[in-house]
Design a protein around this ligand. Sequence first.
Ligand code: DX5
Ligand code: ZN
Length: 222
Amino acid sequence: MSHTIIAPSILAADFANLQRDIEMVNNSEADWFHLDVMDGVFVPNISFGMPVIKSIAAHAKKPLDVHLMIIDPDRYIKAFADLGANVLSVHFEACTHLHRTLQGIKAEGMQAGVAINPHTNVSLLEDIINDIDLVCMMSVNPGFGGQSFIENTYKKVKQLRKIIEANGAKTKIEIDGGVTNKNAKQLVDAGADVLVAGSYVFGASNPTQTIKDLKKNSTIVL
Ligand code: DX5
Ligand code: ZN
């Protein structure tokens, strides 16, 4: 059996009840916390920053998967390492010297992730795939939760899986945006390893059960 990593996105949590929602994830079958950092420049929205992540880290008992939607992310690599990030993803479209940025993330002891926008072709990652621990494939345009899943993503996952295998890389594929139980299985069948889900989890009447169902439906029986 191959288990898919489920990463609830805290962007959709109730920020007035953040500790309650963090404990829900701690006590659920979820594997990671997905934290979306937006700067209002790279994306047309601002989310949360260091003080909020510090509070989350104090209660979270599972790895922190931080998704930076910011320009010039090199400036903050050390700060996120100090906050306790385990995986740090930067956007392909925001990095001029991506190879250097990834080395910088690893030098701080974190796993290095690269997020790609829906328009970015996966072939652009070919020459750097062995340096990437995780590709965060956006299945919506980054900036907001609660958007509809872009169907072209399935094709991209399959293409990326081929590139990973052809290069003998260990890169994980994460899908971010519009994930529900309607597309989870198909995404995993196409080659996804990690599913991020925000509004589908936190908007549910029973988030714990929703996580359990996502986990169950995305398990591959080998
Ligand atoms: C969007 C963020 C996502 C978002 C996903 O820019 O990167 O992580 O929280 O939210 P849903 O699951 O509601 O699409
Ligand atoms: Zn995200």
